[in-house]
Design a protein around this ligand. Structure first.
Ligand code: GLU
Length: 282
């Protein structure tokens, strides 16, 4: 782990006004699903007399582009969405995420993992019925968890790059009490407490090999740093909230309220996505 070690403490003071955020990844243009989510955030922030923040989730340095970020801002302005400046770019905050990651490693709650997607597939192929996480990836079979400190150090000294994973069993052992979140739903009608099920994610990836964070760690770190009170996002991230609540509890971060909204589907009933070539808003 390179990158700086100083963690700017999140502002833990209760903000006076609700803070919402729209957090696209600038690896393509916005589609109708994004427009729906952005407009819902904008409407809810205005209705609550709160603030809307815009966050570019650009940790994937190979796929995210500055011209997509600019186009996203242009499209949001065209939609009439207004946000408070400055826009937060996750790629500006790798030092902050790296310091959080180091903290988890030093607490023995995360470990370096030298596996590739292929080696994980091969390891689980021999185990029929091996579980997958809610995103459909095989749960981690534990290969690198068994490495000793000396073996880890020698892999790193040999120049092998490590991703980092949560040691889910160790984490669940240190957390006490039930973990849940307040789900307000899309229409605010029926608030309910949802039990988080972080164990479904197994030894979840919290840092990729190329950057000292993963989507889950960066989202949790930023929602805390930006004092976000209300997360409004698609139902496709419902299960991810269980893992993100676990990270919040581990890191002492406050829990926002959540509203997971329905997804815009295409003619085939599939959610719109850049990878399925959903037509862009523009
Ligand atoms: N960056 C994520 C996406 O574009 C959204 C993350 C979130 O809202 O928590 O799907």
């Amino acid at each position: 782990m390179k990158n700086g070690t100083s963690v700017a403490e999140p502002n833990r003071m209760q903000p006076v006004h609700p803070v919402f955020r729209f957090a696209p990844s600038p690896n393509g243009y916005l589609h109708l699903g994004h427009a729906y989510s952005a407009l819902l955030n904008d409407t809810m922030a205005r209705g609550a007399g709160g603030q809307l923040l815009l966050r570019m989730e650009d940790i994937d340095r190979a796929r995210c582009r500055e011209d997509y970020s600019a186009a996203i801002e242009e499209d949001l302005r065209w939609l009439g969405v207004e946000w408070a400046v400055p826009v937060r770019r996750q790629s500006d905050h790798f030092g902050y995420y790296g310091a959080i990651l180091e903290g988890l490693v030093s607490r023995d709650l995360a470990f370096p993992c030298f596996c590739t997607r292929g080696s994980i597939q091969a390891a689980v192929a021999a185990r029929p019925g091996w579980p997958s996480d809610p995103d459909g990836a095989p749960c981690y079979p534990g290969t690198c968890k068994a490495l000793s400190r000396a073996e880890r150090a020698s892999q790193i000294a040999a120049g092998r790059r490590a991703a980092y994973r949560l040691d889910m069993a160790a984490v669940l052992a240190v957390l006490r009490g039930p973990l849940d979140w307040l789900e307000l739903g899309e229409s605010n009608g029926h608030p309910r407490l949802v039990a988080a099920e972080p164990a479904l994610w197994g030894d979840a990836l919290i840092a990729r090999k190329d950057v000292p964070t993963s989507y889950h760690l960066a989202v949790v770190a930023d929602d805390a740093a930006q004092a976000v009170t209300d997360v409004v996002r698609g139902l496709d991230l419902f299960a991810a909230t269980g893992l993100q609540r676990l990270l919040q509890a581990l890191l002492g971060f406050p829990a926002p309220r959540y509203r997971h909204h329905r997804l815009i589907l295409d003619e085939a009933g599939q959610k719109l996505s850049k990878s399925r070539q959903a037509p862009s808003l523009r």
